[in-house]
Every structure is written in structure tokens, then in C-alpha cells.
Design a protein around this ligand. Structure first.
Ligand SMILES: C[S@@+](CC[C@H](N)C(=O)[O-])C[C@H]1O[C@@H](n2cnc3c(N)ncnc32)[C@H](O)[C@@H]1O
Ligand code: SF4
Length: 416
């Protein structure tokens, strides 16, 4: 089994639920008028404190693989609803259980208008060295359409506080394809984001998730949602504008200045194992993905039961010693689905070593039409039509990335 060096921590609280979001979150209410992030924490301190206690219990129930953590990611929800003390409690539990490398990347997703300067300075002092701010758009009307609980002024204030606190690694999240969003507004959002000098940008194309207010309100392909062609144009615009501003398009939805790719997310795309802790979080250990319950009380109950089971029978140890033997149980389709998201693609020699020449020759054959029409590339290009063993297989940017689902569907049909 590959060493486990990454941990995802889910903080499932939000002031309100955005109309497009289906992440496992529990709504704790808007901030009191004129209040600061600290007050929000204060007004929900009971709920959040109880969650942190259970989360730390879950962390302490794990057996370390003996490796220090190189990446820790606090995702949400809104991790900036944690007080500095609560964040420290979680980091202490992780450090005691696994050890956190001194040069580890520690990321935290934060939302505008949920923190003040003292709080964000406290996060930095606790060890957080990368923050990802949920911006989504720079137009008040689009923030409203999306159900965001902050204003454009809050975004600018948040970036100012983050920079005053001394963070040098800042990522911003934007969404394209929002209802009523025009190409000009999207371009304006990209330009405003670039002007704030982030080191990283995530540009997500809106997914209308089942069960969200968006899914009840809007129909795919119909106005006010953009057409497929408009959504593709927004994607190309991001790629062009960000490349012109020296951002590497290193993953389908992610752009970074040189040296600032998100190391934690690279673990996912490389299909490497990671711990996942907290309500609704997924872990990937011993070749298996495991999702925790998405409801608070069910998660609390699960942590209690899981603790008893582990202590009683040591079952985890047994599973561990069995799966340590032999190669990691890598799954070809998962590996392709995740690895082709990265601009660097996948090393053919490594694919052959992991999955055998026969499977990769089949893959090579089914990709021929896409190699010919330029959606897939092989770098460097092979000299003959033999299976190239010393090249990287990748989707082209932007057209291959845009049609990644078409390419992947062909691959899935071939292997399933
Ligand atoms: C899980 S959220 C957590 C971050 C933070 N709570 C926030 O919203 O600002 C991470 C990012 O996922 C993106 N996201 C969430 N739901 C989405 C959807 N349905 N379609 C596209 N992007 C989405 C948003 O850009 C968001 O910033
Ligand atoms: S703040 Fe982030 S996690 Fe919370 S509901 Fe909105 S998009 Fe989802």
C-alpha cells in the first residue's frame, strides 16, 4: 500500500446554503448585524464545539501508516467558522496521531465575511499556509442569484485581511455558467480576480446538482442558464486570459502561478491514498474509497460505533496486513478519470507497469480517433504506430479538456 501522507478534514457548517450547493453542510445562520466572524462562532459555539470534539475523537481512533502528513486540507462547508482554538485542537489531534511535516501544505477554505484580522492571523500562527477564498463572482446580482451570503465589498475586505495577515499563497474560487451570467461578466470576474494577485485560481463550470434550489428553478440548456456553446466559450476565455497572465492551466478547473499548484488536490488526481475525517468526508485507503455519513447525528453515531469496533476486534489491523502485500489495488478507470484531469496527463510506461500491456494497448486503440482529431495528445509523439512506451498521454487544452466527458465515455464503454 502506498504511504498515506494527506488528510482531508470536513467542516460542515455554513451561514446559509448557496442555491447551487449539495455539499454535506449544516446551516448555522447569517452573522448578526454588524457582527464579525468571531461573533458567528460565538453564537454557534455549542454546535461547532461538539462537532470538533467528535472529529478529534475520530482522528484519534485511526492507526497511523507511519508517515508524516505532507498535506492537510480543511474543506467545507465553511472552515472559517472555526475559532482559532478549535482549529488548533484539530491540528493537535492530527499531529499527535500522525505527525505533520514541518513543511506540510496546510490549506483552508474560507468564506468572505466570516472572519476578522485577529482570526485569520490566528489561523496562520496555527500553521495554515494556504487559503482558498470562495468568491464565485464579482457582480452583486450574480452573488444574489447564487444565494451567497456576502457582498463584493466583503470579498475585497477578505483578500485585504488575508494579505495583511501575511498569507502569500491565496487561491480564489470562481463559478462560470451561473444563471443570467454573461460572457462579459465572466471576463470581468476573471479580471477582478487577477487584479487581486492570487497565486491560484479554481474556475468551476456550474453543475446543476439534483435536489438543489437551482435544479428546481432552472432547466439545463435553457435560459437563463448559458447554452453549451456559451459555457464552452467561458471556459476558453478563462484559459486564454489566465495564460496571458502567467497562470499554468495545470488541471481541468485549476490554474496556478509556477510553484503554487495545490499539492493536496494533486494527491486526488494522482489517485493516491488519503485520510478523510468528518461528516460526509471520503477517505481512500487500502485501495478502497469510504464515505462517512452525511447527516450530523448519523456521523456522531458512526464515530462511536467505529471506535468500539476498532478497539474490540482490531479489524482494521487485519485488513491492513492483508492489503499491504502486493501492488496497490489501483483501478484503471479511476486512474484515467482522475489522471487525465491533469495537464501533464499520464506516463504510458507507468500505466503499462500498473495495468499490463494488453489493457493499455486496448486503451491506445480506442483513443485513436481522438488522437487524430486533436482532443488527446501523446507527448513526445511516437515515431511509428507501435504502443508508445516513453510518452505522456494527455487531453489537449482547451478542446480536449472541454470534451473530457466524451473521451472518458468511450474509454468506459471499452472497458466495462
Ligand atoms: C465546497 S465549496 C467550499 C468553499 C466555500 N464554502 C465557499 O463556497 O466559498 C468549494 C467550491 O466548490 C464550488 N462549487 C460548489 N458547488 C458547486 C456547483 N454545484 N457547481 C460548480 N461549483 C461548485 C464553489 O466554487 C466553491 O467555492
Ligand atoms: S458556502 Fe460553500 S459549502 Fe457552504 S453552501 Fe455555499 S458553496 Fe456550499
Amino acid at each position: 500500500m502506498s504511504p498515506v501522507r494527506s488528510a482531508y478534514i470536513h467542516i460542515p457548517f455554513c451561514r446559509r446554503r448557496c442555491y447551487y450547493c449539495d455539499f454535506p453542510v449544516s446551516v448555522v445562520g447569517d452573522k448578526p448585524p454588524g457582527g464579525s466572524g468571531a461573533q458567528i462562532n460565538g453564537s454557534n459555539s455549542g454546535t461547532i464545539a461538539q462537532y470538533v470534539q467528535v472529529l478529534c475523537q475520530e482522528i484519534r481512533q485511526y492507526v497511523s501508516s507511519g508517515e508524516l502528513l505532507q498535506t492537510v486540507f480543511f474543506g467545507g462547508g465553511t472552515p472559517s467558522l472555526l475559532s482559532v482554538e478549535q482549529l488548533n485542537q484539530i491540528l493537535t489531534a492530527l499531529d499527535q496521531q500522525f505527525g505533520i511535516a514541518t513543511d506540510a501544505e496546510i490549506s483552508m477554505e474560507i468564506d468572505p465575511a466570516t472572519f476578522d484580522l485577529a482570526q485569520v492571523k490566528g489561523y496562520k500562527a496555527a500553521g495554515v499556509n494556504r487559503v482558498s477564498l470562495g468568491v464565485q463572482a464579482f457582480q452583486p446580482e450574480l452573488l444574489q442569484v447564487a444565494g451567497r451570503s456576502h457582498t463584493v465589498a466583503d470579498i475585497l475586505m477578505a483578500v485585504d485581511l488575508i494579505q495583511q495577515a501575511g498569507f502569500t499563497n491565496l487561491s480564489l474560487d470562481l463559478i462560470s455558467g451561473l444563471p443570467h451570467q454573461t460572457l462579459e461578466q465572466w471576463e470581468e470576474s476573471l479580471e477582478q480576480a487577477i487584479a487581486l494577485s492570487p497565486t491560484h485560481l479554481s474556475c468551476y463550470d456550474l453543475i446543476v446538482e439534483a435536489g438543489t434550489p437551482f435544479s428546481r428553478q432552472y432547466k439545463l440548456g435553457n435560459t437563463p442558464l448559458p447554452s453549451d456553446e456559451m459555457a464552452a466559450e467561458m471556459y476558453r476565455t478563462a484559459q486564454r486570459l489566465l495564460a496571458a497572465n502567467k497562470f499554468e492551466h495545470y488541471e481541468i478547473s485549476n490554474y496556478a502561478k509556477p510553484g503554487y499548484q495545490c499539492q493536496h488536490n494533486r494527491v486526488y488526481w494522482k489517485n493516491r491514498p488519503f485520510y478523510g475525517f468528518g461528516m460526509g468526508a471520503t477517505s481512500y485507503l487500502y485501495g478502497e474509497r469510504f464515505a462517512r455519513p452525511r447527516k450530523t447525528w448519523e456521523y456522531y453515531e458512526w464515530v462511536k460505533q467505529e471506535g468500539r469496533r476498532e478497539k474490540a476486534v482490531g479489524e482494521d489491523e487485519r485488513v491492513r496486513s492483508q492489503t499491504r502485500v502486493g501492488k496497490p489495488a489501483l483501478d484503471l478507470l479511476d486512474t484515467l478519470m482522475l489522471g487525465l484531469r491533469l495537464a501533464e496527463g499520464l506516463d504510458m510506461a507507468w500505466l503499462i507497469e500498473q495495468f499490463g500491456e494488453e489493457a493499455i494497448a486496448r486503451l491506445w486503440k480506442c483513443l485513436q480517433p481522438y488522437l487524430q482529431d486533436g482532443l488527446v495528445a501523446i507527448v513526445p509523439a511516437p515515431k511509428d504506430d507501435q504502443l508508445p512506451t516513453s510518452s505522456h498521454l494527455r487531453l489537449t487544452d482547451p478542446e480536449g479538456f472541454l470534451l473530457s466527458n466524451v473521451v472518458l465515455t468511450t474509454i468506459f464503454e471499452e472497458f466495462e
